[in-house]
Design a protein around this ligand. Structure first.
Ligand code: SF4
Length: 280
């Protein structure tokens, strides 16, 4: 049994919230830089150039990449041989978010009740997903996400007979309907299988996977490539003003499902696809 003091969790989450909002991970930033070089549409190319400049300013001046610094999703993998001492772990995670958003001067975007809509003024609570793993390590992934793109995400409860064509149609329809509203170029996270809530969790998790990586299932990896190409033929383009850079990447995660269904969730993220992972 390994003891981990929750002060370490708080400090790391604080730093990760700031880091995620100031600097895109290299897999995302490199794709944007590369897209500027390959985009043929003049307006699209200019917008990508502005995104590159914006990324550089944020990184060098230590300011947020976007004014919408998001609601913070936290994926917490806890080894079953870990014992936390200090605070209740959920309070510690939220304390880390609170300090990160305060000290990083990040916009506070969370309301405490979805109908009363009073701002909590510290960006808590986060959305926390726990996973118990083997071993004695704690892996934390922080993924703050703006709602311009979150609002354009969808769930489809497809039937088995819809087959893979149904999945392709669902993804392309969602991206088409999102149009310029999701601040393209976008990253597309897709969850296939499980049940109603599992597929949405998978879609969110897919957004934290490195761009350019593929599913380890060959038929899913092929689907990722096919859909990536199809999305970039929709001519939505950077800022929704046309061009071949509509998506920077698409990641698909799958899970076993029921014989009578095929849930599919599409979680769209804008180009500010923030995710930071640390292992303690
Ligand atoms: S969708 Fe993304 S880029 Fe657009 S405002 Fe929200 S966080 Fe910013």
């Amino acid at each position: 049994m390994r003891t981990v003091n929750t002060d370490i969790i708080i400090d790391n989450i604080k730093e990760m919230c700031i880091e995620a909002n100031y600097e895109l991970s290299s897999d995302v930033s490199e794709r944007i830089i590369q897209a500027e070089k390959t985009e043929d549409n003049a307006i699209g190319k200019r917008i990508l150039g502005q995104l590159v400049e914006n990324m550089d300013i944020a990184k060098n001046d230590r300011i947020p990449i976007c004014q919408d610094t998001g609601m913070t999703t936290v994926f917490l993998k806890v080894g079953q041989d870990v014992h936390f001492e200090g605070m209740y772990i959920e309070d510690a995670v939220n304390e880390g978010i609170r300090r990160g958003y305060e000290e990083g001067y990040l916009r506070k975007s969370v309301v405490g009740d979805p109908l009363d809509r009073i701002n909590t003024k510290d960006n808590t609570p986060g959305i926390i997903h726990y996973e118990i793993t083997k071993g004695d390590k704690v892996e934390i992934t922080i993924a703050p996400k703006g709602f311009g793109s979150e609002n354009m995400s969808r769930v489809y409860m497809l039937k088995p007979a819809d087959a893979v064509e149904g999945v392709k149609n669902a993804v392309l329809e969602t991206v088409r309907l999102a149009g310029p509203n999701a601040c393209p170029p976008i990253v597309v996270g897709v969850g296939i299988g499980g049940n109603f809530e599992k597929c949405t969790y998978l879609a969110k998790k897919a957004l934290t996977r490195k761009l350019g990586s593929h599913s380890d299932k060959p038929h899913i990896a092929a689907l990722e490539d096919e859909l990536y190409e199809a999305i970039n033929k929709l001519d939505i383009g950077p800022g929704g003003l046309g061009g071949k850079t509509t998506a920077l990447g698409i990641n698909i995660e799958t899970y076993p499902t029921h014989i009578a269904g095929m849930p599919v969730a599409i979680n769209i993220c804008c180009h500010v696809n923030r995710h930071v992972t640390r292992t303690i």
